[in-house]
Design a protein around this ligand. Sequence first.
Ligand SMILES: [Mn+2]
Length: 202
Amino acid sequence: MKPRKASLERKSKETEIVAELNIDGKGQTKIKTPIGILDHMLELFAFHGYFDLNLEVKKADVQIDIHHTNEDVGIVLGKLFKKALDEKQGIRRFGYAFSPMESTLGRTVVDISGRGYLTLQVEGNVVIKDQEGYSISYLEHFLESFAHGLGATINVHISKPSEDLHTNIETVFKSLGLALDQATQIDPRREGTVPSTKGIID
Ligand SMILES: [Mn+2]
């Protein structure tokens, strides 16, 4: 099997990002964005997914706010996976995982279907405080950008959400890493073929 690696450089008027990924890695990371909580979450995600990920935001218009940076990191990460998976031969395609933290439970279901779609559902009506400049709506936008960049349907659910944003988000990024690790694994029964009745995933 050829190495499932990719690198990307994305420059826009708003941000400049360089990144490289090895899907079959050891979970080693070097992440540098201006959003501290996102660095922490991307480290957890890659560690639990056994992805080697280097990502650096070289330029960002954070003097406005973190909106563009948060979105563009999501896009780049999604595109990196898409590029490294190439024609997606032999992959399991589906993955799902749960991650508990105290009483909160994050669940992520992934289908690398070619269609970018995100659903994020937070159970109940707990008021989750914004923290470290981040919020649930930034999380949602990040995941949406990632789903579109990758071409995956991603369904995320947070049960018994905490008032603490960090806890909620951490269960999401850990379960996303675990689910994506499963979905990107090679199933020897599919060897050399694309896991779709259509014959392609584009
Ligand atoms: Mn943490």
